[in-house]
Design a protein around this ligand. Sequence first.
Ligand code: AVJ
Length: 328
Amino acid sequence: MANAKGLALVEYDEDGVAKAFRADVLEGLAQEPKAIPARWLYDDAGSELFEAITRLPEYYPTRAETAILRERCADLRRLIAPGRAVVEFGSGSSVKTPLLLECIEPAAYVPLDISGDFLRAAAADLAEKFPGLPVHPVEADFMQPVRLPEAVGTLPKLGFFPGSTIGNMVARTAVDLLRSMRQTLGGDALLLIGMDLVKDVAVLVAAYDDAQGVTAEFNLNLARRINRELGGTIPLDKLRHVACWNDTYGRIEMHLESLDDIEFEISGRRFALARGETIHTENSHKFDRRSQYTLLLAGGWTPVERWLDENGQFSLILAEATRPRNAP
Ligand code: AVJ
């Protein structure tokens, strides 16, 4: 398929999405321990709840990363020459993306997202804020290498992947993504990536189990979505949101825990959860400097500079595509 601009597009029609959702849920609940891929948390309601999460007092990552972008503009300008095409993985945050684009004098902006609706809305918003800046949205699954629009073909690229979204992935998936990014962006690319840091467990758990219960709503929305879209009969009042620190893997895990022995149906199939059993719904990996460097290097990116916010809670890293060379 090609769109009006002649870009190669993979079609993500509603039918395909519904089928993939059903397949992931049925498969995930048939396995032990039960788990559902986190991407299904982000339907319209889930995305709005996540927006609300970013404003919670306990949820520091968004504020901390935004502060780094504000405070480090001079550093970013020094290290990122004007004239790069900024390629954002995800359709962009209304606050962080303008901060970056204002700072570095880019030649173009290319948001990549699998969800065309969010993508077009965010791209239109940005184009309005930056009248002189060419904006080329691309609807694509960026977990695979993406062919970028011809209009930015010859420009050097800066990948932008804020929010510690990389932390949602287990190591091998994160490395696959970093390698795909390198292929998408080319051998002379830079990557600006946000990564959350290991810290006091109480602070971490509070960020994912807030006092107002917004994160609980966000998590439970997945079960609600299953009931609505897949003909599910999950008793929502028998599930509770749990956020816990997994010290082995260095991550916060979100689960839906059953308060009782329950049985329910989804798309005509029967499932049971014992009291205390959980459905694992999201991982959010936290890093230290060495684990960050190992991950980036494994994905083909050499760290150039690393900034923390003033409280040392969150990090933003600039990396360059690793040049092929002999190494001992
Ligand atoms: C969007 C993946 C970065 O892991 O902090 C926030 C998602 N989940 N609260 C994160 C999330 C629950 C968030 N990311």
